[in-house]
Structure formats: structure tokens, C-alpha cells
Write a protein of this length. Structure first.
Length: 120
């Protein structure tokens, strides 16, 4: 599955109890539709993402950047105060930075597909 969206804030590296690390971030995906009476509606979906391959990419994933991610959807289910809750997350296999922003400014350097994390 492929998703293109804009990063809502800088990516974070999180450490788990077993000392594994992942890169965590949220992307916003805009969509729109027109009703039968001609009214246009815009909606934004926020997708929580996790990247487990390498944490080196986190420094390049900055707020406002547009990225293209490939992966699969997962479900997180947990209990909070005796109530079952859950959310969707997108587990990423590959990331491509389409347009990079840093400090609110567009970075004009060419950005290639991020494969530097992989040993081959």
C-alpha cells in the first residue's frame, strides 16, 4: 500500500523495553469530495506511522515535509481503564521524501529515495 502525505511534526525515535528502536511520526492526508448539491468538502486524515528498519532516517523527516510511504496497515489494541481501545498504524517498509521542509522553509536540495539505511 502507498500513502502520500505531509508530516505533522518532526519524526521521533522511540525505544522499546526490549531496546529495539523505531521511528514514529504522523502524516496528514488531504482529501475532498463534492456533494450532490455541489458543496465541496475537504477532509484530512491523520495516520500514525512506524518505521522499524533504521533510525537514521528520522533526522530527514521534518515537519511539513511531503513523503511517500510504502507498507501495510496494522492494528494496536489496548485496554484503558477497563475499556478496550484501538487505533490503526501504518508499518512502513520504504520511505521517499517528495519535498523536504526544515524550519518552515522548503529545502531545495534534491532528495532521493531513502535507501541509505539498508546494508545493500
Amino acid at each position: 500500500m502507498e500513502i502520500i502525505g505531509r508530516l505533522t511534526k518532526d519524526a521521533q525515535v522511540k525505544s522499546l523495553k526490549d531496546e529495539r528502536k523505531l521511528v514514529s511520526f504522523t502524516i496528514a492526508v488531504n482529501d475532498s469530495y463534492t456533494t450532490k448539491d455541489g458543496q465541496r468538502h475537504e477532509i484530512t486524515n491523520f495516520i500514525n506511522c512506524s518505521y522499524w528498519i533504521s533510525t537514521k532516517i528520522a533526522q530527514h523527516l521534518t515537519k511539513g515535509s511531503i513523503i511517500q510511504v510504502y507498507g501495510h496497515i496494522g492494528i494496536n489494541i489496548y485496554s484503558s481503564m477497563g475499556e478496550a481501545k484501538g487505533n490503526l498504524t501504518f508499518h512502513i517498509n520504504n520511505i521517499k521524501i517528495v519535498m523536504k521542509y526544515k524550519g518552515g522553509q522548503r529545502v531545495e536540495e534534491p532528495v532521493e529515495e531513502q535507501k541509505a539505511d539498508l546494508p545493500f
